[in-house]
Design a protein around this ligand. Structure first.
Ligand code: NDP
Length: 502
């Protein structure tokens, strides 16, 4: 059983049409191709985009290059850039409901959840605006009477920003404001499935006073538009969030011209729970961590590593709480789990569940799709008796599927946690300080939650170990990521050297 929130049909929905943003103008693109987005929740077309070609990519990169090399943006004071970013933050707040609707209808995300993502994004834009004014280098007045060193921080240049469909507005907000704060210019490509909110952001930035060419936004397929953006010689840096496979391709493309690369990739994040933990709080966090955003989340807590003594009890409690999760219409404010992004992705999720069952896992709850007559939905699913070597325990399922694995000793738990290729985040649940700290120090992941899960703040860096990525977003160094350092090495007074008399 699952609590269902049946979506209302949308017979008269108006298809919203978007153009692309190049050099401060909304344009149709070199060719007249379009991409239609069908709402995954309702099965009707809701958005139509002009699709970019490689020529459009070249034009957008030329605009960003020109704006960086000759335009006012990198030459403004940090205070001026900061004020524009603050204005943009205010305008995002004003258009929050429109942005939330676009992400909900294009991605199938619950509207209540997206509203808080937009509010969180506003906070990030403000944080980036504050950091803009604190960007500084270093000085060394300690090199002797005749020498002084100054280390400058300079904007790195043109940045290609490529984002996925799972958090359309939040993820672009983890990248673009920091690049802009540093004085960079950008070409942005959202996923072609969920480009609406990023294009509205383009309108907001133009209105807030970002000069033409500083932010260019293209809609198109990753394999051609994205690939051109990662290989073009005039791009200085790539900031990518998406699958580990495309992350690898991106790095290979970037290697041809040795671009700086920042990658936020997949995760297979464990939550380790010991018998002394507060199990009520843990069960709640386990269900939230697995089903939040329908599990289409790089941070999903998709592996529970549970002490053998409590595994039966914990699994039963999680299965029982899973029954209460409200699944269905993303536009209903009570919905907790919305639609699955595409029919193909639903098939992929189901393939993992049936593969696990064939390999000996037990379906303790859910396991199948939910049919409302349109759209695609998946029941929250709990798999028990999962072994670390099963695909469902090692690979990113990206759906509302929770795998329960067992451990006996702390060493076992650490070994299982570290046994996958990923290292994005992990959780540990225990009332014992030593246990939490041992897990916290030995599990190889970019974020470790202790007695909580998936909390975050703009101040806290986010990113992965191993195949979960390269670099960190957010945190007080986030603007520095979009800079180069330059050393000014200065001589004072009479210089002595090889041939000069001392
Ligand atoms: P992708 O990695 O393919 O997509 C992410 C972004 O990269 C999209 O904008 C995509 O464009 C673009 N892209 C695709 N191919 C290229 C390329 N060759 N060069 C440059 N950019 C490219 O993820 P998918 O959407 O295909 O999802 C597949 C799996 O990836 C999921 O099942 C999940 O496991 C994982 N994933 C992880 C995410 C995370 O947050 N870590 C986010 C999304 C997916 P477009 O899609 O428009 O073609």
């Amino acid at each position: 059983m699952t609590v269902l929130v049946k979506p209302q049909a949308l017979p008269d929905v108006k298809v919203r049409e978007f153009k692309m943003l190049i050099d401060g103008k909304w344009v149709e693109g070199v060719e007249t191709g379009t991409i239609d987005r069908v709402a995954p929740s309702h099965g009707v077309t809701v958005s139509r985009y002009k699709s970019a070609t490689k020529d459009d990519v070249h034009r957008a990169i030329a605009a960003a290059r020109g704006a960086f090399d000759h335009g006012p943006w990198p030459r403004m004071t940090a205070a001026e850039r900061s004020n524009i970013l603050l204005k943009a933050a205010d305008m995002i707040s004003v258009r929050a409901e429109e942005l939330a609707y676009l992400d909900a209808i294009e991605a199938g995300k619950p509207i209540t959840q997206v509203r808080s993502e937009i509010a969180g994004s506003v906070d990030i834009w403000r944080y980036a605006a504050a950091l803009a004014r604190d960007l500084h280098g270093e000085s060394y007045n300690t090199l002797g009477d005749g020498m002084m060193g100054v280390v400058l921080r300079e904007a790195i240049g043109v940045v290609s920003i490529i984002t996925p469909w799972n958090f359309p507005f939040l993820i672009v907000s983890q990248k673009l404001p920091f690049a802009l704060a540093a004085g960079c210019t950008a070409v942005v490509k959202p996923s072609e499935l969920t480009s609406g909110s990023t294009l509205v952001l383009g309108e907001i930035l133009m209105e807030a006073g970002v000069p033409a060419g500083v932010v260019n936004i293209l809609v198109g397929m990753g394999a051609d538009v994205g690939a051109s953006m990662t290989s073009h010689p005039d791009v200085d840096m790539i900031s990518f969030t998406g699958s580990t496979g495309v992350g690898r391709l991106t790095m290979a493309n970037a290697a041809q011209t040795l671009k700086k690369v920042s990658l936020e990739l997949g995760g297979k994040n464990p939550q380790i729970v010991f018998p002394d933990a507060n199990l009520d709080e843990f069960v709640d966090a386990a269900v939230f961590g697995a089903y939040f955003n329908a599990g289409e989340c790089c941070n999903a807590g998709s592996r529970l590593i549970v002490h053998r003594d409590i595994a039966g009890d914990v699994t039963a409690r999680i299965a029982s709480l899973s029954e209460k999760v409200k699944v269905g219409d993303p536009l209903d404010p009570s919905t907790q789990v919305g639609a699955i992004i595409t029919p193909q992705h639903l098939q992929k999720i189901q393939g993992y569940v049936s593969g696990a069952a064939k390999s000996g896992a037990t379906v303790a709850h859910g396991g199948s799709q939910i049919d409302f007559g349109f759209g695609q939905y998946m029941a929250p699913t709990v798999l028990a008796d999962v072994k670390p070597e099963m695909a469902v325990a090692k690979e990113e399922v990206f759906g509302p599927v929770l795998s329960v694995l067992m451990f006996e000793t702390t060493e076992d738990a650490i070994r299982i946690a570290n046994s996958v290729d990923y290292g994005l985040s992990a959780g540990v649940w225990s009332r014992d300080f030593d246990t939490c700290m041992t897990i916290g120090r030995r599990v190889r992941a970019g974020t470790i939650w202790m007695n909580t899960f998936m909390d975050g703040a703009a101040e806290l860096p986010f990113g992965g170990y191993r195949q979960s990525g390269l670099g960190r977003e957010l945190g007080r160094h986030a603007v520095e990521d979009y800079t180069e350092t330059k050393t000014l090495n200065m001589h004072i007074g009479r210089r002595t050297g090889w041939w000069m008399p001392r």
